[in-house]
Design a protein around this ligand. Structure first.
Ligand code: SAH
Length: 268
């Protein structure tokens, strides 16, 4: 018996976001003959279910983590920094918000953010950027597969450096969250990597854009050459923010010296 074309996970996401749409960029190159399309769709949806789970996007098998559970899980070595980050984001981001994924990569964080802002009012927006065209393509196809082929966009994707974030987010849109997942694209070109100078510029720009009550979330990978320099830059930026308007903190495993470090900057 052939496998079902629309497994429950795909259908649930599709229904959740049925009144939402993606930017035209996301619909590029979608033409194909029907039988091949169906095959691709089935394979893709199965792959995306695993990716959704690993991205920390809730599924029936893996419901959303609360902050308490995520932090206790992190402290006991059972949960990743990414899971803590997503749990904190869910407490800050509201339906209809404007948020930014400053490093789209394969689109895991972009989808998690889309889920947080999307509702029937279609006011929420996710601005995503990545310096690599291939990452934008990867995010685009992942989103298309996860939320279905819709008419307009809640997600706007740009193949640019995140230091130019202010050029793409509309001036009148208060930004609730800017997420950075630094380093290189998993499974991609390891020579294309975030670097301290543009990361610093992007953080400065993000801090100007962010609305009161908003959050800049930075996951810093320190296992590769240059990673610790980048951590230094992010920490020094976080330390420079005035205590009357910002609360900045860091989550880091001490006896796993190359585990990623989560830095959270909250604008009061
Ligand atoms: N959040 C992603 C993973 C990001 S990996 C996910 O969930 O899959 C880091 C990404 O940063 C890579 O895709 C890389 O291409 C991108 N990148 C590197 N330098 C950048 C820059 N200056 N501006 C924007 N993106 C950049």
């Amino acid at each position: 018996m052939p496998p079902p074309l629309h497994p429950p996970l795909s259908l649930r996401l599709h229904l959740l976001l049925r009144s939402q749409t993606l930017t035209p960029l996301l619909r590029r190159g979608s033409s194909c003959d029907a039988p091949l399309c169906r095959t691709r769709r089935y394979i893709s949806v199965r792959a995306s279910a695993a990716q959704l789970a690993s991205a920390g996007v809730a599924t029936a098998q893996q419901p959303e983590l609360g902050v308490e559970e995520a932090v206790v899980g992190f402290v006991t070595g059972k949960r990743k920094a990414t899971e803590v980050a997503h749990a904190v984001w869910r407490n800050i981001v509201q339906k209809g918000d404007t948020v930014v994924d400053a490093t789209c990569g394969n689109g895991n964080d972009t989808l998690a953010l889309l889920k947080m802002v999307a509702d029937e009012t279609a006011r929420g927006r996710v601005y995503g950027m990545d310096i690599q065209d291939s990452a934008i393509e990867s995010t685009s196809s992942f989103l298309k597969m996860a939320v279905g082929d819709e008419r307009q966009g809640l997600v706007k994707l740009f193949p640019i450096c995140h230091s130019r974030i202010e050029e793409i987010v509309p001036k009148d849109a208060p930004v609730r969250l800017v997420a950075f997942n630094l380093g290189y694209l998993p499974g991609g070109d390891k020579t294309v990597i975030t670097v301290p100078r543009t990361t610093e510029l992007a953080l400065q720009a993000a801090s100007r854009l962010l609305s009161s009550g908003g959050l800049i979330s930075v996951l810093v990978y320190i296992g590769h050459p240059g990673g610790r320099d980048e951590l230094d830059v992010v920490e020094s930026f976080a330390s420079s923010l005035p205590v009357d308007t910002w609360a900045t903190c860091k989550l880091q495993m001490i006896n796993r010296p190359i585990a990623p470090v989560l830095i959270l900057l909250n604008k009061k």
